[in-house]
Design a protein around this ligand. Structure first.
Ligand SMILES: Cc1cc2nc3c(=O)[nH]c(=O)nc-3n(C[C@H](O)[C@H](O)[C@H](O)COP(=O)(O)O)c2cc1C
Length: 298
């Protein structure tokens, strides 16, 4: 994917895989195309009040609120563990101001092992600041351009579906010098316990993920693929190789698995194998031929 090299096109999505420690006892992390870390911020964050998760039909609402140990602990304790695996290491960061993002990028410059930064401009679960950059093409452009000036690490911009036209934000990221895009982050939702008349989440609203959002994500990947030239990491409700192939045919060069990791931690490995089997069955040799190969009847 441009300057970002992946062993295979199947990654794990930010925030659903922590920093890999827990999952390393369940699957061989060397087999993943890449690990996108939980979002890191400059200061440690406690996150939102509980409850933070609520199940919905075919989906999951979460309002974690970017709980994380902060950049110092990440650099001191977490990165060395992740660095031992032969898989792309993509560090996801978020800030409340341009300065925050720039400081994070500068701190991460020290580490050669990092393959890319995933710039989270799309979190719906932090009060006010979460979507400030990701819903405004001008602010996306300004942030990415400044990041480009302070770091050579490839930049993947993570987009929110909570916009009228996602391709406009994608275009702004491309013009400012991003290497790739990842889409989609969760969609704002709410669930109410009718007995207590209380919201099911402590934060009242949360981000919806899982199969419920997959068709929305596939449509956004297709739209972005048609209008913007950057490689796309597609995500949103992927549970099996068929789901992953939908994203790839729509135009994703790679995919990331999020919520499905909670149900079956081996989902990614099954998807890697499933894509290989599909290519064999369809007598295809190059994965890249599949990207965007939609027979749309036009
Ligand atoms: C519990 C949970 C925590 C998440 N935390 C983050 C995060 O820290 N940073 C981020 O960019 N995305 C985060 N996400 C969004 C996912 O990376 C992904 O974009 C989204 O869930 C759609 O994929 P999925 O349906 O396969 O889960 C989180 C999602 C879930 C379910």
């Amino acid at each position: 994917m441009g300057r970002i090299s992946l062993n295979n096109p199947v990654l794990v999505a930010a925030g659903t895989f922590g920093f890999g420690e827990e999952y390393s006892t369940l699957i061989d992390l060397n087999k993943l195309g890449g690990i996108m870390t939980k979002t890191i911020t400059l200061e440690p964050k406690k996150g939102n009040p509980p409850p933070r998760l609520a199940e919905t039909p075919a989906g999951l609402l979460n309002a974690i609120g970017l709980e994380n140990p902060g950049i110092d602990v990440f650099l001191k304790e977490k990165i060395s563990f992740l660095s031992q695996f032969k898989t792309a290491l993509i560090v996801n960061v978020a800030g409340e101001s341009e300065e925050d993002y720039l400081s994070l990028a500068e701190r991460l410059n020290e580490k050669e092992r990092i393959d890319a930064l995933e710039i989270n401009i799309s979190c719906p679960n932090v009060k006010e600041k979460g979507l400030v950059f990701g819903t405004d093409p001008g602010r996306t452009f300004s942030l990415v351009k400044k990041l480009r000036e302070v770091t050579d690490i490839p930049l993947i911009i993570k987009l929110t579906p909570s916009v009228t036209d996602i391709s406009q934000i994608a275009q702004a990221a491309q013009e400012a010098g991003a290497e790739a895009l990842s889409l989609i982050n969760t969609i704002t939702g709410m669930s109410i316990d009718t007995e207590t008349r209380r919201p099911k989440l402590g934060n009242i609203t949360g981000g919806l993920s899982g199969p419920a959002i997959r068709p929305i994500a596939v449509a956004m990947v297709r739209d972005t693929f048609q209008k913007v030239g950057l490689p796309i990491i597609g995500m949103g409700g992927i549970t099996c190789s068929e789901d992953a192939l939908e994203f790839i045919l729509a135009g994703a060069s790679a995919v990331a698995v999020g919520t499905a990791n909670f149900i079956d931690p081996t989902t990614t490995l099954k998807i890697i194998e499933g894509i290989k089997q599909y290519m064999k069955r369809k007598k295809l040799e190059n994965f890249s031929d599949l990207v965007g190969w939609l027979e749309d009847g036009s």
